[in-house]
Design a protein around this ligand. Sequence first.
Ligand code: NAI
Ligand code: MG
Length: 336
Amino acid sequence: MKTICLIPGDGVGGEVVPAAAEAVRTLGLDLDFVTAEAGFACFEACGSALPDATLDLARRADAVLFGATSSPSTVVQGYRSPILALRRQFDLYANLRPVFSLPGDYSRPGVDLLIVRENSEGLYSGRERREGDTAIAERVITRQGSERIMRVAMEQALGRSRVRGRPPLVTIVHKANVLKLTDGLFRECALEVARDFPEVQLSELLVDAAAMKLVKSPETFDVLVTTNLFGDILSDEASALVGGLGVAPSANLGSGTPVFEPVHGSAPDIAGKGVANPVGALLSAAMLLETLGEPEAGARLRAAVIEALAAGVRTADLGGTATTAQFTREVCGRLE
Ligand code: NAI
Ligand code: MG
């Protein structure tokens, strides 16, 4: 039996993770669930945003389904975002963020891309300091980090090509014209790794041009590979093409327990109202099942979500009136 560790976290995380867990349970697989605490409320209650007990449960589990946590935009002594800590602890260096068209006029047609975001270094290395009225963030790029994320992008492109029957295309996104040393190294490593994959078509774009092209002609992309902050920003942007943050799933993969999470945050503006869109969490759960060796269950779950959306059952962010519970019931009804 495999174990899934649920970490709902703060805000709407506590609404969408139970929804996704209910749908996974409905599939009737041989899975065990444990629930663990993390986040800002947890920090205020017990002094730690990611207690050791949570880390232990996550380490022993086969996969984590994470919701979202709230991180203040000011320095709070002792607080560090638990998702960043989890990614660091488990060396989850690859963040996969698929973006694909969904049924309904809230989504553009013809989009089917994957953002492969480097998840362990770049501007999120935690090397920030303040010297009086000057603040400095160090952007760390390494050969090892760049090569391994490029390999993931290439393998993902090949896998997608097999399923979709179209040639694999990887776009390297960087800003090496300005960040000549850091993104220069990232680009150099990516081009070197690409030589081992002659069957993959390669292109490169500066990040600002990539941001424009994602809006103008998103259907021309397959896999995009980029550094940490650029990938964070571009994936929120890309989600808007197909309905926004409420529908965007992601996977964090690397050495330790894989962590799956919707791209969105704790959404304090709608938390507690029962109206959060569970689609991002549901599609993250589908990725989790695929990674755990249950590809058919993952595909069934994804199909049920798409069918429910096609039937016009949608939460408010997609222009509908369904609550989180109503949408989840629609999905579970299709899985029974
Ligand atoms: P956010 O993703 O929480 O919300 C942005 C907008 O999207 C809001 O208007 C929100 O209502 C909407 N939205 C988000 N999820 C939704 C859903 N499931 N259904 C419908 N609408 C949804 O980002 P924001 O407002 O920038 O950050 C809020 C908090 O979340 C902050 O404390 C931030 O640090 C944290 N955050 C945590 C993340 C994580 O745990 N991985 C990721 C991003 C932000
Ligand atoms: Mg983000």
